[in-house]
Design a binder for this molecule. Sequence first.
Ligand SMILES: C[S@@+](CC[C@H](N)C(=O)[O-])C[C@H]1O[C@@H](n2cnc3c(N)ncnc32)[C@H](O)[C@@H]1O
Length: 506
Amino acid sequence: MNKLFYGDNLTIMRKMPPQSVDLIYLDPPFNSNRSYNLLYKNTTGLPIPEQIEAFCDTWELDYEKSELAYNIPHIMREYGMNADVMHFWHYMVEALKSANTRLLAYLVYMTVRLIEMHRVLKPTGSLYLHCDPTASHYLKTILDGIFGFDNFRNEIVWCYKSRPQSKRYFGKKHDVILFYSKNDAYYFDWQSVARPLSDATIKKYRLSDSDGRLYRLEGRGIKGSPIQSAKDVDQKWEETNPELVVRDYLDEKRGVALEDWWEIDIINQSAKERLGYPTQKPLALLERIIKASSKENDVVFDPFCGCGTTVEAAIRNNRRWMGCDIAIHSIRLIQDTRIKKYSLEEGKDYTIEGIPQSAEQAQYLFEQDPFQFQHWAIEKTGGFCSNKKTGDGGIDGRIYFEAANKLCSMVLSVKGGNVKPADVRDLRGVLEREADAELAGFISLHEPTKAMRQEADGAGFYEYQGTEYPRLQLLTVRELFEGKLWHCPSIVRTKRKDGGQAYLSI
Ligand SMILES: C[S@@+](CC[C@H](N)C(=O)[O-])C[C@H]1O[C@@H](n2cnc3c(N)ncnc32)[C@H](O)[C@@H]1O
C-alpha cells in the first residue's frame, strides 16, 4: 500500500524491511544555513506576523561532546564498510572537527540515513541524492563508501536559468544529483526518457520499403568493405552487395540517449504546478528519474518528500510510492493537493502513518518526539507554530482571529508530560505581558487538575459583540479528538500565497 509517513525518516527507515524499495530519490536540506518559511496571505488581508517555518537546514552538533558525533568511521565500521574508506573518513573528520563542525554534523546526519537507504534498497535498485555544490563532494565520498566506487553511475547536473544573476561570481544555476545503484544488475531504461530525434535527423530517413517504412541505408561495418560503416550509401549497394549494407528503420528508433546534464526549468512564480512550498522541485525532473530507474508497480521512496513532487510523479507513472517528512504541513499539503488531484482514498489507495488518530497515539508521539507532538497539536487546532524549538517566551504557537476589523491573537502553549497549576499560571503571565494577545490556549495531553481550571477561570473573559470568551482556555488532546475547539471569534483561515486552498486543516 502507498504510504505517507509523518516523522523523522531515520526512525521510519529503521522499521522498514531490508531490500523492499526499488528506487530512492532524496532531496535533503542542503546545509546552507537557511530557514524556509511558508508565506501566507489570509482571508482578512491583514498581515499575519508569523509564517510557518517549513523546515530549517541549520545543522548543529547537539551532541558535540559525544564520541559518535565525530565518529563517521565508527558508524561505517558498524555497517561493515571497507577499511580504506574508514581511514579516509578518520582523517576527514579530524580535519573538519576544528574547521567546520556544522558541516560535520550534517555529514553524520546524512551518513546514518544513507546507510539505512542502502539497506532498504533492492539489489536491482538505485538511489538519486539531490544536493548542491556546497556539500556534494563530501556526500559523494560517503556514498562511494556505502555503495562502493563501482556503483557510482552519474553525477547529474541539473541546470536551470531563472535565478538572479550574481556580480561577484558566476551565477550558481545548477544542482547536483548523485546516482548510485545497489550493484551492477540495476534496472535502467534509457529509452523511456530518450530525447526524440531532431527534425533534421528524421529528414535523413528518405528511403522507403514496400510497406512504406522509412529507412536509411548504412554500411554493415565490415572490415575491408569499401563502404564499411558509411551512412546514407547509394541504394545500388543493396542490389549488388546486400551483404555489405543494413537498413536503419526510423520506426525502430527510440530517440537519443540522454547526457548527464539536464536543462529543466525550475518552478517559477507563475508555474501551474507551484504549491508555494519552498524548494519544490519540478515534476519533469522527478518523472525523468522515475521512468529511467523503475518499472510500473515498483516501489519509489522519498524520505524527504517535502510537498510531494516524487509522490505525484510516482502516481502519474503507475508506481507504488512512499513519502516521509518531518513537517506536518508537508504531509497535509500532499494530502490536500496532490493526492486529492488523483482522487485517491485514504485507507484504500494509501495510508498515513505517524499522525495520531487517538489520545494514546498522541502520547506515543510525545514520547518519541516532544517537538513534533507540539507541532501536531497546534496544527490540529488551526494555529501557527513558533519557529523556535525552545518556544518563544513561553509561546509555542498562535491562533489568529478577526475582531473589530483587527487581526487579534490567541497565544498557545502545549504540554505533553505531567501538568501543574504553575504551567497555567505561566501562560496567564504571558497573556498579561503580550499586548497583542487577547486570549490564551493551553493544550495538554493529561487532564488538567481542579486547581488548573481555577487558575484559568481567574483570567476572566474577553467580550466581543455581546459574547464572552474565556480569556484562558484549556483543551486536552482527548477533547481535540472529540472535535472540541477554541471558543473565540472567527478564526482566520489561511490561504496559500498563490491563492490556492488553505491546507491547515482544523
Ligand atoms: C528540500 S525539501 C524537499 C523538497 C521536495 N523535493 C519537493 O519537491 O517538495 C526537504 C524536506 O525534508 C524534510 N526533512 C528534514 N529533515 C527530515 C527528517 N529527518 N526526516 C524527514 N523529513 C525531513 C523537510 O521538512 C523538508 O520538507
